[in-house]
Design a protein around this ligand. Structure first.
Ligand code: FEO
Length: 169
């Protein structure tokens, strides 16, 4: 049984994961518009990952006899100055997600809600990967900024990303 406070915060996070998916889809659209189709692929896959996160929380709420309450999803940012701006925004977004997950974990810990603590441990580990992915790509993209050949190669690399549901889910 989830407390009202924990249930509300988990529902908010379901919404935020859907918003994250929408945000990355908008980034994919931007990348497509500047002819970086590999980068667009990377963000499309990222959008799928975020849907997976949303549904993991969604399923958990029902497993705990709670009710999912879906809300409207905010309009994502779609205007970017450059592809570097996109990755910088993505990196900041992941840092924000991490802080939200930490807040949820704090609430679950205060309530000694061990099942939720266990669930959130998965998300905490996932966030280490998410932040690292964006930070690494941001550094690469900055290095490739004034080098079209390097940018092309990076775009080719990002074209190979495919969505694979996390095995530890
Ligand atoms: Fe669902 Fe990228 O955090």
């Amino acid at each position: 049984m989830l407390s009202d406070n924990l249930l509300k915060n988990l529902n908010d996070q379901v919404n935020f994961e859907f918003y994250s998916s929408y945000t990355y889809l908008a980034m994919a659209a931007y990348a497509e518009s500047v002819d970086l189709s590999g980068t667009a692929n990377f963000f499309r896959v990222q959008a799928q990952e975020e849907l997976f996160h949303a549904m993991k929380l969604y399923d958990y709420i029902f497993q705990k006899n709670g009710v999912v309450e879906l809300d409207k999803i905010d309009k994502p940012e779609s205007k970017y100055e450059s592809i570097i701006d996109v990755f910088e925004t993505g990196y900041k977004h992941e840092q924000l997600v991490t802080s939200r997950i930490y807040k949820l974990a704090d609430i679950a810990s205060e309530e000694k809600e061990h099942a939720t603590i266990s669930l959130l441990r998965w998300f905490i580990d996932e966030q280490v990967e998410e932040e690292n992915t964006f930070n690494t790509l941001l550094k690469k993209i900055k290095r490739a900024e004034d080098n079209p050949a390097a940018l092309y190669m990076l775009d080719e690399e990002l074209a190979t990303r495919v969505f694979t549901p996390p095995t530890t889910a």
